[in-house]
Design a protein around this ligand. Structure first.
Ligand code: BES
Ligand code: MN
Ligand code: ZN
Length: 486
């Protein structure tokens, strides 16, 4: 979908389908008013996502009108704009309109928010029209809106531009994440990372199995050893010659069968999404490069497949991690923390001001917070707070959880320095974070457990069924905020 900004008044608009948003009890824009005056309240009162559409029968410069409700003023949140824009795009696709114009008014919220509003509208529209169709041989019932015009009398070019960059980076991560493991092998991901690096002039280094062996990254190797696919550790660097350095790390398990502690069959196919963290890293790198942020960002993606086989690691195995600590692997399904252990240590060598990892780490996240939040675990209050603020803006909301020494205590092993699961299974997400913390040293770090939000199964106002790419806008916005603070 192409997005174009048109500066002007509603009355100057000429075209097909026009969409306006309307808050409950608010006056519609002057040009739209005549079409709403005889509409009974039961039919349309502006409730959130309520729609009213009509043909203008030659009585206006636009052929069709769609009004989407924005709800009550007191309840307004910036994310409502993503939702109404998503609704508009889906409506346009439903009636097979190739072009859609959305009018962004300046009335219902204060001026300073204007660019943020425009950004949200554009994000909602671009995210809502994304659908993974690559493997559908018949595409005739799939209709896409080709062009979105944003109409406004205000200066919102910045917001529109940012909206396009953020949402396209997210859709890019979704597209990669959707790839099934018979396509998306670690090697395939490496090639995709190379394509991205080439396009944006990023510096890329790929460490293969032998190099990892030499370095002693045995925790990554232990997870990968059961698979016919070789592991790869990818480092991508965006460098505008500026400092400080920020590292972004993503769990890249292209398929998580559980290994010898094999997972139950129901839902196992969803474990192709266990590479979401790593795909999000690529999304963030794309966004950072397009935004031309004045910082140095290094992305790390440990790519492996977790499989059971004659060469797979066994429960009870003990491995020496890259930082020298020994790990007793009590459950081969707790593999994400193993590959992250070595990668986090490796990332600390960049001496970053901050590092952030994203990982579909624990099913316990769903138990703790349901499907509406990302767990954030951090050893630094400033970083945690910045992520929380970014989460509010992006509506990829995070909730901070503790990583107290008592949780670290739960991960002490009888026969090695640390074990990869606790005895009780209590506080599953926190003990996983406490495990990771053993590998970050003094580096300021935050871990984002995205296990509950990596994909959606139920209808969402602007994210279709499947990979969500949630985390891309959150981490990008966090870097934007950190870049401003430095
Ligand atoms: N990839 C899973 C976590 C997961 C589960 C993500 C469901 C998304 C949806 C992770 O590798 C895993 O298997 N974790 C185990 C940890 C346990 C063995 C301590 C889990 O959550 O059950
Ligand atoms: Mn697992
Ligand atoms: Zn996993």
């Amino acid at each position: 979908m192409k997005v174009e900004l048109k500066k002007g008044h509603l009355s100057d608009f000429k075209g097909g389908l026009l969409c306006v948003f309307l808050m409950q009890n608010d006056d519609p824009p002057w040009d739209v008013k005549p079409f709403l005056k005889d509409v009974p309240e039961e039919r349309f009162e502006g409730k959130l996502l309520q729609t009213y559409s009509t043909d203008t029968m030659g009585q206006a410069k636009f052929a069709k009108l769609l009004v989407v409700g924005l709800g009550k003023k007191e309840e307004y949140k910036i994310d409502f704009l993503r939702r109404v824009a998503g609704t508009a795009v889906r409506y346009a696709a439903g009636i097979k309109e190739k072009e859609l114009t959305i009018y962004v008014p300046s009335k219902f919220v204060g001026k300073p928010e204007l660019n943020k509003m425009a950004q949200a509208v554009v994000e909602g529209a671009i995210l809502a029209q994304y659908k993974f169709t690559q493997y559908k041989t018949k595409k005739d019932d799939l209709f896409v809106v080709e062009k979105l015009h944003i109409l406004s009398k205000e200066e919102i070019g910045e917001g529109v531009k940012r909206g396009i960059i953020y949402a396209e980076a997210q859709n890019y991560a979704r597209e990669l994440d959707e790839q099934p493991a018979n396509v998306a092998s670690p090697k395939w991901v490496v090639e995709e990372a190379r394509k991205l690096a080439k396009k944006y002039g990023l510096h890329i280094t790929v460490y293969d199995k032998n190099e990892m062996k030499k370095k002693g990254m045995n925790a990554i190797l232990a997870v990968a050893q059961g698979s016919a696919q070789d592991p790869h550790l990818v480092r991508v660097e965006y460098n505008k010659g500026k400092h400080p350095t920020y590292c972004v790390i993503g769990k890249g398990v292209v398929f998580d069968s559980g290994g010898i502690n094999i997972k139950p069959s129901p839902g196992m196919h969803e474990m192709k999404y266990d590479k979401t963290g790593a795909m999000n890293v690529l999304g963030v790198m794309k966004a950072v490069a397009e935004l031309k942020l004045p910082i140095h960002v290094v992305g790390f993606m440990p790519m492996v497949e977790n499989m059971p086989s004659g060469s797979a690691q066994r429960p009870g195995d003990i491995v020496k991690a890259y930082n020298g600590k020994t790990i007793e692997v009590l459950n081969t399904d707790a593999e994400g923390r193993l590959i992250l252990a070595d990668t986090l240590t490796f990332a600390t060598e960049e001496k970053p001001a901050y590092m952030i990892d994203m990982a579909t780490l624990t099913g316990a996240m769903v138990v703790a917070l349901g499907r509406h939040a990302i767990g954030v675990f951090s050893n630094d209050d400033t970083l945690a707070k910045t992520i929380e603020d970014a989460g509010t803006d992006a509506h990829e909301r995070v909730w901070r959880m503790p990583v107290w020494p008592e949780y670290t205590e739960m991960m002490k092993s009888d026969f090695a320095d640390i074990k990869n699961i606790s005895d009780t299974g209590e506080a599953g997400s926190i003990t996983a974070a406490a495990f990771l913390q053993e590998f970050v040293g003094e580096t300021k770090w935050a871990h984002l457990d995205i296990a509950a939000v990596d994909m959606v199964k139920t209808p969402h106002p602007y994210l279709d069924k499947g990979a969500t790419g949630i985390g891309v806008r959150l981490v990008t916005e966090t870097l934007v905020k950190l870049a401003k603070k430095k």
